[in-house]
Design a binder for this molecule. Structure first.
Ligand SMILES: Nc1nc2c(ncn2[C@@H]2O[C@H](COP(=O)(O)OP(=O)(O)O)[C@@H](O)[C@H]2O)c(=O)[nH]1
Ligand SMILES: [Mg+2]
Length: 437
């Protein structure tokens, strides 16, 4: 089957490595282990680089999608179809004698998938047991708890000293599977969405759309939307931006018009009457094609979730849902915001204040420079005075020496003129000596 699929889509850039398959309780959301698997067809996350900056591409993306809905609505099948990879192995039903579970479980599967060198750490959170009990009054509770625990884990990481390796386990999108009854939303659907819409991006899905006619689908969609509106439930709406090109706007409108997506899931490859091999479901009266936009909304759902709005889903989770939860939590803990930090400032007053500060700084610098200058002048003057005194002293010394020399010379001159010997003292001494002997 897989060979058939790859021969349809066969291409080099579709290698995928699948990371882990592990079940763990809601309270423990440690990252699971890793295994590798092949993508069976083009999925679309290779388009992610166009949605965000290239730096993020190098780091890879983390995306967590949760599936909620009653058993047998095709959740696991749809996930496998969406990511063209057998994330969920063939279902193993427990024997009829087995004790039925009493609570909703939270099971998580993670996979590292790669497409055209873009890495995506995909986590699918399944919620088996939802709506399966006699009393489903609080089926939503463990799911809400799990979503909030993931917020908590993220907040913990934000408060760490080193935040370079943040793991984002928050749920970025919740696919809510509605049973294709053709009637209206059931109380359990309304209760779940009302409880969860402020915590997660809700994407309503009509399951197994192949069980209804086109007309029934259209009517059911209208009724579901009316119910959602009536109960003031916020479902995820892709934001539209100004100056977006017409093509993108048309595409977004087309996606929005299909909500709630009526989908058909199948990873099985079947042959159409005209000889094509497609992913679909074969019935005695014909084949319903998963990837055919005229047959169901699967392509549009995948486009919104992966190709066009994955970044918006992540951003809305981070900036709105998580932020609101965080604020509510901190307020409940008694932490209050210091509003003065955010007080409005008048730009003109701020400018004047800045100018005054600048002038004061200049004045201070000028005063300091004056002091330094005066000090330098004084030092120089003192030095000059000292050398002047030294000069005077030397002058005096030289003058004294000259005076002395002159006096001696004059004395010599006088002696010569009077005919006396030049060294009278010496002669005298010798004479005295002679006299004594
Ligand atoms: N008719 C129809 N059957 C489907 C569809 N998707 C899944 N199924 C079948 O429904 C059954 C339950 O599917 P599964 O994915 O295990 O449902 P889950 O319990 O919600 O995970 C399986 O037999 C699937 O083959 C669909 O779109 N249409
Ligand atoms: Mg399942």
């Amino acid at each position: 089957m897989r060979d058939a699929a790859s021969s349809i889509n066969g291409s080099a850039n579709r290698a995928a490595s699948l990371v882990s398959q592990q079940t763990y309780p809601a309270s423990n959301i440690a990252p699971p282990q890793v295994s590798r698997k092949q993508l069976m067809g083009y999925v679309g996350f290779a388009n992610l680089p166009n949605q965000v900056h290239r730096r993020s591409v190098r780091k890879g993306f983390q995306f967590t999608v949760m599936v909620v809905g009653e058993s047998g609505l095709g959740k696991s099948t749809l996930i496998n179809t969406l990511f063209s990879t057998p994330l969920y192995p063939a279902m193993e039903l427990p024997p009829p004698s087995a004790e039925p579970p009493k609570t909703v479980a939270i099971e998580s599967i993670s996979a590292d998938i790669e497409e055209s060198d873009v890495r995506l750490r995909l986590t699918v959170v399944d919620t088996p047991g939802f709506g399966d009990f006699v009393n489903n009054d609080s089926s939503w509770k463990p799911i809400l708890d799990s979503i909030e625990q993931r917020f908590d884990a993220y907040l913990d990481q934000e408060n760490r000293v080193n935040r370079s390796k943040m793991v984002d386990n928050r749920v970025h999108a919740c696919l809510y599977f509605i049973q294709p009854t053709g009637h209206a939303l059931k109380p359990i659907d309304i209760e779940f969405m009302r409880r969860l819409h402020t915590r997660v991006n809700l994407i309503p899905i009509i399951a197994k759309a192949d069980t209804m006619t086109d007309e029934e689908v259209t009517q059911f969609k209208a009724r579901v939307l009316a119910d959602i509106r009536y109960h003031n439930i916020q479902i995820f709406q892709a934001p539209t931006y100004e100056n977006e090109d017409e093509e993108t706007l048309a595409e977004n409108e087309e996606i929005a018009s299909r909500i709630p997506f009526a989908v058909v899931g199948s990873t099985t490859v079947v042959k159409t009457p005209d000889g094509r091999t497609v992913r679909g479901r074969a019935y005695p009266w014909g084949v319903i094609e998963v990837d055919n936009e005229e047959h169901c909304d699967f392509v549009k759902l995948r486009q919104m979730l992966i190709r066009t709005n994955m970044e918006e889903l992540r951003e809305h989770t981070n900036l709105v849902l998580y932020e609101n939860w965080r604020t509510e939590k901190l307020i409940a803990m008694g932490v209050e915001q210091d509003q003065s930090v955010f007080k409005e400032v008048n730009p003109a007053a701020k400018q004047a204040e800045e100018r005054a500060m600048h002038e004061a700084k200049l004045n201070k610098m000028e005063a300091e420079m004056k002091v330094v200058f005066a000090q330098k002048v004084m030092e120089k003057e003192a030095k000059l005075k000292q050398s002047e005194e030294e000069l005077y002293a030397r002058h005096r010394e030289m003058k004294d020496a000259l005076d002395k020399q002159r006096a001696e010379l004059e004395d010599k001159k006088r002696r010569l003129e009077s005919g006396r010997p030049l060294t009278p003292e010496k002669t005298n001494t010798r004479k005295k000596g002679f006299l004594r002997t």
